[in-house]
Write a protein that binds this ligand. Structure first.
Ligand code: PHE
Length: 365
């Protein structure tokens, strides 16, 4: 055995016997560090004659490679063992029952928003969002509601104090989710199929109005879209949401600056034990119509305001009150209770954290 082989055997023996990473690192430095034994041999190569180098060189390089490989192998083994110890120490039996029953519940508004996302995802809609602190342009002007328009007064807007910015940049709390239409058309471009659920704000408060409430906006932009698509979408959505095929809609001509034509959508319902039950034709005996949502074909001017060509792209939009949808389906009668944070109300109307709505499992499961 050459000196080099003997040296390699000695070093690899010590490496294999190293019991922790610190000891291994000390061995590495002693062999391969700047002043290490193997490094020292490599340095001698420069002073050898070419002939000597030809015989000794490969042996020293083999020594270095052998030691390097032994170090790497031992390092991997020690790290693996350390990981095993760590994992064993952190072991958790996931099959054990939770120590305490989960507390709290999912608010009906969150539950309904999850239901809507599930229903519309099945129809190919993505969920879009926008800021609750909006500027005047996105909330009004781009939606064809110019400064002098009476619709602005209807919205009871919470404005931020005027600043040096231009009127279009004046900030406000969004009064509806419709500015998300603008943001999506400008940032995504067509074709678009989105719903945009979220908080909106109006200075208004009684049993059916709170200064903050929730809406979900729907927007479809594509080629050749017409009112038939709108009606089918709303019907399909409401049947899935109320979990009944007995849904009759009435589209009533209406006016919104951002849609043309516009339609208010009513749904037939009847009173049963003091509760409003959605279903049936509103003109049938014992039934009435209830106004449910605003909708229409997106106004050409709105499409143009977003930089799209209204001769190419058409679409429909709708906006629904989410809180109202929740009240109708789950039987609450005072909207203000939604936001009181009363634990008894939440325990009664809330949903289990694990009862995620799915179309296959029943949407309100
Ligand atoms: N933004 C309207 C509102 O808040 C609702 C709406 C949305 C109407 C989209 C038509 C189209 O009252």
């Amino acid at each position: 055995m050459s000196d080099y082989q003997a040296m390699q055997a000695e070093l690899t023996g010590a490496i294999a016997a190293a019991t922790d990473l610190d000891a291994l690192e000390a061995l590495r430095v002693a062999a391969l560090g700047k002043a290490g034994s193997v490094t020292g041999l490599l340095k001698t190569l420069g002073s050898l004659t070419p002939e000597e180098r030809q015989t000794v060189g490969p042996q020293i390089h083999a020594l270095r490679e052998g030691v390097t490989a032994a170090l790497a192998e031992r390092k991997a083994a020690l790290e693996g063992a350390a990981l095993e110890v760590k994992l064993a120490g952190e072991r958790l039996d996931m099959t054990l029952p939770a120590a305490a029953a989960p507390r709290g519940s999912v608010h009906p508004v969150s539950q309904v928003m999850d239901e809507l996302a599930e229903i519309f995802a099945d129809m190919g809609f993505a969920v879009a969002t926008g800021p609750e602190i909006e500027d005047d342009w996105h909330n009004f002007t781009a939606l064809n509601i110019p400064e002098t328009h009476p619709a602005r007064a209807m919205h009871d807007t919470f404005y931020f104090p005027e600043s040096s910015e231009s009127a279009a940049q004046r900030m406000l709390l969004r009064t509806h989710t419709s500015p998300v239409q603008i943001r999506t058309m400008m940032s995504e471009g067509p074709p678009i199929r989105i719903i945009a659920p979220g908080r909106v704000y109006r200075s208004d408060s009684d049993a059916t109005h709170t200064p903050m409430f929730h809406q979900v906006e729907g927007l479809v932009i594509d080629r050749g879209i017409h009112m038939g698509h709108l009606k089918w979408t709303l019907e399909t959505f409401l049947k899935a949401y109320f979990e009944t095929d007995d849904i009759v809609l009435r589209l009533r001509p209406s006016y919104f600056p951002f849609t043309e034509p516009s339609a208010e959508v009513d749904v037939g319902y009847k009173h049963e034990k003091g509760r409003r039950i959605v279903g049936g034709h509103g003109d049938d005996a014992g039934h009435s119509w209830m106004e449910l949502l605003g909708s229409g074909m997106v106004n050409r001017r709105v499409i143009a305001n977003c930089g799209l060509d209204p001769d190419v792209w058409q679409g429909f939009a709708f906006g629904v009150g989410v809180d109202r949808l929740a009240m109708l389906k789950y039987g609450m009668d005072d909207l203000r209770a939604f936001f009181d944070g009363d634990l008894r109300w939440l325990a009664h109307y809330g949903f289990g954290a694990l009862s995620v709505p799915t179309l296959s499992g029943g949407i309100s499961a």
